[in-house]
Design a protein around this ligand. Sequence first.
Ligand code: XIL
Length: 445
Amino acid sequence: MLRHPRRLLAAALALSAGAAGLVLAGTADAATTLGASAAEKGRYFGAAIAAGRLGDATYTRLLTTEFTSVTPENEMKWDATEPQQGRFTFTNGDRILNQGLSNGSKVRGHALLWHAQQPGWAQSLSGSALRTAAINHVTQVATHYRGKIYAWDVVNEAFADGGSGGRRDSNLQRTGNDWIEAAFRAARAADPGAKLCYNDYNTDGINAKSTGIYTMVRDFKARGVPIDCVGFQSHLGTGVDSTYQANLQRFADLGVDVQITELDVAQGANQANIYATVTRACLAVARCTGITVWGIRDTDSWRTGDNPLLFDGSGNRKAAYTSVLNALNAGGTTTPTSSPTSTPTSVPSAGCSATVSLNSWNGGYVATVRVRAGSSAVNGWTVTVALPGGSALTGVWSATGSGTSGTVSFGNVAYNGQIPAGGSTEFGFQGTGSGPTATPACRAS
Ligand code: XIL
């Protein structure tokens, strides 16, 4: 639960005690790497990596043998990708991307908007200038990596610590409470294939902060704001909350995937057990799609002195490593599912209906359309939208489009034509000019 856990005086003692008490379990044919074992359970096992370490042979050996997902530790953050306004540098981000893709790994993008690690020019902006710059940043970076990223942390750490359950104050928050949904809509428009996550820390159990985020995600799902996943950083101290798994499950029950995104655990008597508890929790929640540890060796960790990772400074497996591998190999059969399970806010009586939510700016817009089935299942649909004069369509996702101005029609694609009675699906489009204001017509076929 600790954000910046202090160095533990008993660390060395506890490490040797933990290692001595270790029991090597597993069967003769059990998987022997984290990635392979997680894959047997339909999940990935990832690490945060740094471009500057890719020349280290021990590091890359562990990376390529043990892990099936990578997250750039710093290389895709705002200060790294847009050091001057409108001038983008993707060199190091691309190195992480290519390292991951060439190894057949997933790549988690981290992070499009965050109050920390902003370039100086963004730190000094405010109001609509900052909002416009932030949305442009989301669009440009997500577009550069379009089609390559498994999941983006679209917004990182936007909620306050403590008991308020509210937002953290930041320059981004001061642009208006809707900055988070504007970022998600822009990210969806730029890369419709990436899962879009909200990511935060101190959310490792049912508490005021995680409940604040839960309420936001529930609201996003109800209003059709595109969100697919929630990341739980899980920078842990010497204990883990008894509601850790229940907390993951309540988010999954909202119809989003959950992921453990930055796991590290303070060295101490409980380190191996806490790692196992977190691993088992993910395996027990069907929509927990994977675990990422925040670094490979203790010496690679941002938590200097905490020795919070699975490999020691020489690249040897620690007791915590064996504990995770055993937990993965012993894991049950809760297969991850990512099918949309969103609940409609109101159920029309027959046929289908459609509602639009708009994210507009001066000169353009992104429209997200929710298509709802009535009291009978729908097997194919067409939505017709009247665009205002001067508006022109520039892109469509999760639907086929016909026409670019005036009255335009959208039809389902193969995977979202069938909607169960009372269920719903979503598609979107973007355009120049101003977006539609009238409620669209929906026809079930
Ligand atoms: C950390 C990196 O590990 C450090 O190298 C950097 O100096 C600061 O950021 N939450 C996050 C991560 O979402 O991006 C942070 O990474 C750790 C906390």
